[in-house]
Design a protein around this ligand. Sequence first.
Ligand code: NAD
Length: 260
Amino acid sequence: MLLDLRGKKALVTGIANNRSIAWGIAQQLAAAGCELGITYLPDDRGRFEGKVRELTAPLNPSLFEPLDVQNPAQIEALFQRIAEQWGRLDVLIHCLAFAGKDELVGDFSAISPEGFARALEVSAYSLAPLCRHAKPLFSPGASVITLSYLGAERAIPNYNVMGVAKAALEASVRYLAAELGPEQQVRVNAISAGPIRTLASSAIGGILDMIHNVEEKAPLRRTVTQDEVGATAAFLASPLASGITGQVIYVDAGYCITGM
Ligand SMILES: NC(=O)c1ccc[n+]([C@@H]2O[C@H](COP(=O)([O-])OP(=O)(O)OC[C@H]3O[C@@H](n4cnc5c(N)ncnc54)[C@H](O)[C@@H]3O)[C@@H](O)[C@H]2O)c1
């Protein structure tokens, strides 16, 4: 069986620019034949809309919608549009996270309740309402994919509250897989990616040291690319992965197996 996603309708969240992991995923899904819906984070200054529209235009998305996951009305409106325009959803890519810069450096115990809540709401909780709204639209065998990082299970310097958010996200993957599997055969998985330079990762104190450490120690002696993460997402979205759900798949050049 070859990887063939022709005719599948895929919603990709989390593209900010051409370094975004979601951009790597969108390109791989399009190359495999998916019809794309793209979301961007709206803001008063319109920082993302124009850039993301221009970047994604060559992939001919049939939906292009605003999505701030902290805005329930916007989530509702997005899925209303998907229902009207597509009538179903085959692939849902959740590729977004946020924590304040101050929370991604220094002592974990210094975290404020507001900083903790915001990181968890955007980076972990948001997967649940997206799945809740998508539930009536999921086609049999649909695939949900989110993005995690090793900081979910190891104490990585400066990753701090985002590690807690990723642990909650990985647990959410298991609960959602258990909920959506039995009747709808919907699969829910996370990709745990190695460190990649992006807008979000630049907020993490010492991200370059993290990347250099991976380049020195990972079995492949390098970190991974957005395209490699995208290729794994395309595989997980396809019937080739029909037996895989509730898992965290590592796309990290093997770094997570190393001991020293
Ligand atoms: N870059 C890495 O090293 C790395 C490694 C493992 C996992 N990840 C994860 O990959 C995902 C994508 O991050 P990235 O590194 O490509 O960075 P990125 O900055 O390109 O993407 C993060 C996205 O999150 C979006 N976002 C932030 N707050 C939002 C909100 N309230 N509503 C909707 N969207 C919002 C931003 O608009 C942006 O598009 C994140 O979950 C991140 O934690 C990144």
